[in-house]
Design a protein around this ligand. Sequence first.
Ligand code: AMP
Ligand code: ZN
Length: 473
Amino acid sequence: MKIYNTLTRKNEEFKALLDKAVTFYSCGPTVYDHQTIGNLRTYVLYDTLRRVLEAEGLEVKHVMNITDVGHLTSDGDEGEDKLEKGAKSSGKTVWEVAGENTEEFKRNLEQLNVSLPRLAKATDFIEQQIAMVQTLLDKGFAYQTDQAIYFDVSKLDSYGRLTGQKLTDKEVGARAEVVVDENKRHPQDFALWFFLVGRFANHEMNWASPWGQGFPGWHLECSAIVHSTLGDPIDIHSGAVDLIGTHHTNEMAQTEAAYGNSLANYWVHGEHLLVDGRRMGKSLGNFYTIKDVTDKGYEPLSLRLLYLQAHYRTQLNFTWRALSAAEAHLKNLQAWADLKFQSHLGHKNRAADVYGWALDKIKVELNNDLNTPQALSELSKLVALAEHEGVDTQKLQPFLEQIDRLFGLRLAGRQDIGEVAKSLIAQRESARLTKDWVKADQLRRQLSDQGIEINDTEHGPIWSRSARQRPGE
Ligand code: AMP
Ligand code: ZN
């Protein structure tokens, strides 16, 4: 399998450290608010990567963090704590807000059929984070002021190698509003541990540490969680592109400095979901949630398909029109999956194994840097073939199971329409054959009221489920 590695800026053949298992860590949600459908695009990327690796026979050990400790409103160390801001506006404690949003996040993953990784809450790893700060202090990579303990970027030669930007380039680009701690040695130094002073004097979440009461900086948790759950280096580290410059750069620096190991061999970054041409973001206030999507009557899996229709390294501009098109695509796939219940189509006995071919082609595309749009187009070719040549219904179900393992579109587990509806279809067919058009039409209407449409084809009547009306359409 080939995957684009941000670290080397190349499409590389993926080789895991172990023979049969892959260690995979991905940056998870900050839970001070709902997940946006932008965030969800990235979780579907993680899930797709995992599915494709599993299809290659690898066991994937996937860990994702939950940032429930609250972090600052922007990538730098400046700004207000996001979790406290969220709590303040809803009259709840920070713990309540974090808990509720974590549960909602899990439900969102379920709706999108994203298999649940091992979730690691930052607040469950405080001890490990403190130990890491201690190691960095002991090794001379960190220093303390009265506001915080900072990582000293000038001490690590490899600092910034993920972006290839030299420290001096970054220094020039450093923004004026970056935290004013006059004892900070270098503008790019970042906090490992904050003390309860100044604007953080009343920070709700805080813990005892050898240096005083405080809370961890937001890059620290990922390095500490990787170290204590998977061990460094891991095979793959992933996130969306906004994390490259600061968060991943700093995670990498912490691990290299503390443990002398690189953090990950492959760095996989997904592009953003945009809205009106701008990144969809919680802090930007221009976001939709999955609830907005289902309130409009869309299936959550239409959103999953929308994501898969674009390559993960291209930006995707969200529009309702694009979502409608994805839903039509999904309905088409579902109608095809439903053919497995229509056994009168199953007599086609093909010499060639079209399903085997299609599966191979799909896997070739996915193994090429997760080319989901091409993989889907291979699937569409097979669906189109069914329209022309009928379908081998017996082989369809096992094929759908394979397809679901890769795309997660829940095509295999669909239910039959039931005996009553099937008997109505049979009655209508006899009416039609005896040219009793009135009865045939009346039966068609009866079926339609139950959400079933009939299409008379050369292979016999084929039923499909009617598209639902969405409110406001
Ligand atoms: P956050 O909860 O904001 O820390 O983000 C959780 C994950 O979503 C991280 O991997 C981010 O890089 C990613 N992310 C944030 N905004 C977007 C977006 N508009 N499109 C895709 N991924 C995003
Ligand atoms: Zn992270």
